[in-house]
Design a protein around this ligand. Structure first.
Ligand SMILES: O=C(O)C1=C[C@@H](OP(=O)(O)O)[C@@H](O)[C@H](O)C1
Ligand SMILES: C=C(OP(=O)(O)O)C(=O)O
Length: 451
């Protein structure tokens, strides 16, 4: 097998020109986290799950391919993605490596899902994913019997490509997650789903809770208790049946963030994003922007499929620097690059604390964000786990190296819309992993791209 199925791709550079205003109403595509999970849970449920609003991005399509390779039937009919599940405990041995491309979520959740099965699964990804730590998931899964074999081309311990061999008589375990990671929590709960007995995952800091909510929605037996220190103890009883569901995926707040920040920093703007997921484990950026003085209002708050959603309207605002506390990081973990961009246009300094997890995303987002700011004339200080951005406006004119990271590409294109001079990004290919409609939707609001 080729050690890297992802040969270097042709770069697609893009330039965002400054524009005089943005206006209009858009809907962003479905939430990426919920989309991955709807395919995974649909694959192990009994019956036909129907998913509307699924994010049709490269990351999610990689999960769809993986679930097909494990035995599920997945196809699109009209607006709905239909998933015919195999039933809990009945996944099939895949005949080829599962290629997750750029997707941490799909790869890590699948490692947990297959851990109790008596067959080997080879997992590969692109150079970005192959440089990300998988030990955070594999170490606890070894406790239930998983064996892990690195393959040629693996750049370090517990890095892709690798083969996992599950344990047919996997034993339940209790594990305290040492980093704030919804992916680790979710992988372990998905392992527990097919392990006889009770598996407990302890999460000292709450992260996005879509896995818990959706497991309950599909009929899994889950108990959640919060101890005196605030840690959540999530216990799943394994080897119960899941029942197919109709899932409606709300708009992705992480994608919405780009239009929202753009609407705040571009002059004379008035932008509405409809149908945005407002689960409190995901809304840290919106809270921070309001603290910074953003004219941001939420209307039409409602519930859909057990999740809070609403429409967010922003108008151009004078932002001021704030300190973003470390304990807010899990609820806005993917939004720091675009918050850094907003901060560059604010008055005063913005201090972002508790950013250690940014170093292990699609790239080292802390360093790459700082370099992108500097390349465009923004003064900032990169600490080990912190970033300070000195606001006051952006000269622009620089080229940002995106390092296979969709969020870096989109954040700095947003910067170019409001900078004095255009901002160039070296590659936009990866935007398709999470938000393929980014360019069209931003253009509809008045953005001007060249390239
Ligand atoms: O569980 C998920 O769907 C995700 C969890 C987060 O990752 P970590 O669990 O690594 O923090 C986030 O950055 C990622 O975009 C999606
Ligand atoms: C970190 C991200 O995703 P993943 O970990 O799934 O690659 C992201 O979308 O910003």
């Amino acid at each position: 097998m080729a050690s890297h199925p992802h040969a270097a791709h042709t770069l697609a550079p893009l330039t965002a020109q400054p524009v005089s205003s943005l206006s209009g109403t858009i809907s962003v595509p479905g939430d990426k986290s919920i989309s991955h999970r709807s395919l995974i849970l649909g694959a192990v449920a009994d019956g036909r799950t129907s998913v509307t609003g699924l994010l049709e991005s490269d990351d999610v399509m990689a999960t769809a391919s993986a679930m097909r390779a494990l035995g599920a039937t997945i196809e699109k009919q009209g607006d709905a993605w239909l998933v015919d599940g195999v039933g809990n405990g009945s996944l099939l041995e895949p005949t080829a490596p599962l290629d997750f491309g750029n997707a941490g979520t799909g790869s890590r959740l699948t490692m947990g899902l297959v851990a109790p099965y008596d067959f080997p699964v080879t997992i590969v990804g692109d150079p970005s994913l192959s440089s990300r730590p998988m030990g955070r998931v594999l170490k606890p899964l070894r406790e239930c019997g998983l064996q892990v074999t690195p393959l040629e081309g693996s750049q370090g311990e517990d890095m892709l490509p690798l083969t996992v061999q599950g344990a047919p008589l996997a034993i339940p375990f209790t594990y305290r997650v040492p980093v704030a990671s919804a992916q680790v929590k979710s992988a372990l709960l998905l392992a527990g789903l097919n392990i006889a007995g009770k598996t407990t995952v302890i999460e000292p800091v709450m992260t996005r809770d879509h896995t818990e909510k959706m497991l309950v929605g599909f009929g899994a037996e889950l108990e959640i208790e919060t101890d005196e220190d605030g840690a959540r103890h999530i216990t799943i009883t394994g080897q119960t049946d899941l029942t197919a569901q109709n899932v409606i995926v709300p708009g992705d707040p992480s994608s919405a963030s780009f239009a929202i920040v753009a609407g705040l920093i571009v002059p004379d703007s008035d932008v509405t994003v409809k149908n945005v997921l407002l689960n409190p484990t995901r809304t840290g950026l919106f809270d921070t922007l309001v603290e910074m003085g953003a004219n941001l209002t939420i209307s039409n708050r409602r519930q859909s499929g057990g999740e809070d959603i609403g429409d967010i309207r922003v108008r151009t605002s004078r932002l001021r620097g704030v300190t973003v506390p470390a304990d807010r990081a899990p609820s806005m973990i993917d939004e720091y690059p675009v918050l850094a961009v907003a901060s560059a246009f604010a008055e005063g300094d913005t201090h972002m604390l508790g950013l250690e997890e940014l170093r292990v995303k699609e790239c080292d987002r802390l360093a790459v964000t700082a370099r992108g700011l500097e390349a465009n004339g923004v003064d900032c200080t990169e600490g080990e786990n912190e970033l300070t951005v000195r606001g006051g406006g952006v000269t622009g004119g620089g080229t940002v190296e995106t390092h296979l990271d969709h969020r870096i590409a989109m954040a700095f294109l947003v910067m170019g819309m409001a900078a004095k001079n255009a901002v160039h990004v070296d590659d936009t290919t990866m935007i398709a992993t999470s938000f393929p409609e980014f360019r069209d939707l931003m253009t509809a609001l008045g953005a001007h791209f060249e390239g």
